[in-house]
Design a protein around this ligand. Structure first.
Ligand code: HEM
Length: 410
């Protein structure tokens, strides 16, 4: 089968509940390409090596014009890419600047300081479920929790969420491979609109924080003077938009996929209930087994690269199929089994290399706390339907709803 046929199957909504057999098919040829489609890389070692290869760019401006026409939904000249879509040295400068409010590099102090605050938010959301015997885990818990956290961290008023959640959804959906030309055009138009609206909204807030700083990331980015100087106003806006969208659209799926997996494996749910320490390796296993980010669709080559015997030419679009890599039997023993205390678990769930997830310490802590508290406090939770209804997105994959019945809240 060609890569495009497989990519079309992977993005086909009918396969959203279980794309993993398609990845197994894909891994038979580590690098595949159809005539005018992107190169799909699906095996662990090849993906990892490309994620560490300086000849691989995250900046869509390096695509050849023909490749850009097919895949690039980017460029608004007034709004340059955020650092997830930039290469060194700009990437490194902006990532360092964004990291400063978190504390010294590699010690995300601010995240550990948030433990009490996170517990309080989780408890409040679960308390609100008292007197209910049916809940939708997504709307009642998995979505409001990380959104409240990222809003507080950035200093974005939580009550404004009703305005920006649609913009964030549109931006997240734009990561998916475009369909027909018409779909692509419609997608481009709504993306431009959503980006513009979000940028205008954030510009107003940044200005407020510059005049009257508070203890939040927007204020820190607007007033900081460190060894790297300052972010420009546009850089603050694109960085804040990146953090807002990343903090919105990923952790929700990790928590929901986590609860779904636990309910499908009641013995593991029971183990977590009696041993909360299991949450740490269990969340790593979830990031391997049911990762919220299924593929990294936005890479391109800066030179011809020979990988697994295929030459990927300069300027070609690359899709790194990280969810497939994390199930590669060449790397993981028994990869299709969920083993909550798996050791040697260097999954690709947070990417790897210089773009590895900036929010990983926060996302890990959120998921560990959420799952531990949900299994401790929900009495006899049961799935109403399996599989549940999924979001349309293939790249940021997860259930749209997770209806559960419970016999009470402890
Ligand atoms: C990058 C996954 C939560 C901020 C990434 C990448 C992955 C990822 C796979 C690599 C992208 C690439 O290489 O192109 C996840 C998952 C999360 C999560 C699975 C939740 C379970 C968060 C949160 C934040 C965040 C909560 C914000 C606080 C970022 C940023 C980048 C990134 C800023 C870009 C890093 C760079 O380019 O240097 N994330 N993420 N993520 N993530 Fe996350």
């Amino acid at each position: 089968m060609t890569s495009v046929a497989l990519l079309r199957q992977i993005t086909d909504y009918a396969n959203r509940p279980d794309p993993y057999p398609l990845y197994a098919e894909l891994r038979k040829t580590p690098v595949v390409r159809d005539e005018d489609g992107p190169y799909l890389v699906s095996t662990y070692w090849e993906i990892k090596s490309l994620l560490h290869d300086p000849r691989v760019s995250s900046d869509a401006r390096n695509l050849t014009p023909e490749a850009a026409r097919g895949t690039d939904l980017e460029q608004d000249p007034n709004l340059p890419p955020a650092f997830i879509r930039l290469d060194p040295p700009e990437h490194d400068r902006l990532r360092r600047l964004a990291m400063r409010p978190f504390g010294p590099p590699h010690t995300p102090r601010r995240v550990f300081d948030m433990h009490g605050e996170l517990t309080e938010i989780v408890s409040g959301l679960i308390d609100a479920l008292r007197d209910r015997d049916a809940i939708d885990l997504v709307d009642d818990f998995s979505y409001p929790f990380p959104v409240t956290v990222i809003c507080r961290l950035l200093g974005v008023p939580r009550e404004d969420e009703k305005h920006f959640h649609e913009w964030a959804d549109t931006i997240a959906a734009s990561l998916d491979p475009p369909g027909t030309d018409e779909e692509r055009q419609a997608q481009q138009e709504s993306l431009r609109q959503a980006r513009g609206d979000l940028a205008a909204y954030l510009a107003g807030l940044v200005e407020e924080r510059r005049r009257a700083p508070r203890d939040d990331m927007l204020s820190a980015m607007a007033t900081d003077h460190g060894p790297d100087g300052q972010m420009s106003p546009v850089e603050i806006i694109t960085t804040a938009a990146l953090l807002l969208v990343a903090g919105h659209e990923t952790t929700v799926n990790l928590i929901t996929n986590g609860m779904l997996t636990l309910l499908r494996n009641p013995d593991v749910l029971q183990r977590l209930r009696s041993d909360p320490g299991l949450a740490v390796p269990l969340v790593e296993e979830l990031l391997r087994f049911e990762p919220p980010v299924q593929m990294l669709p936005q890479r391109t080559t800066l030179a011809d690269i020979d990988i697994a015997g295929t030459i990927i030419p300069k300027g070609a679009p690359l899709y790194l199929m990280v969810a497939s890599g994390s199930r590669d039997p060449q790397r993981f023993t028994d990869p299709d089994r969920f083993i909550p205390d798996r050791t040697d678990n260097q999954h690709l769930g947070f990417g790897h290399g210089l773009h590895n997830c900036f929010g990983a310490p926060l996302a890990r802590l959120e998921a560990q706390l959420a799952l531990t508290e949900l299994v401790r406090r929900l009495d006899a939770p049961r799935l109403v339907e399996d599989p549940p209804p999924y979001r349309r997105n293939a790249v940021l994959r997860g259930p749209r709803h997770l209806p559960l019945t419970v016999s009470g809240i402890r």
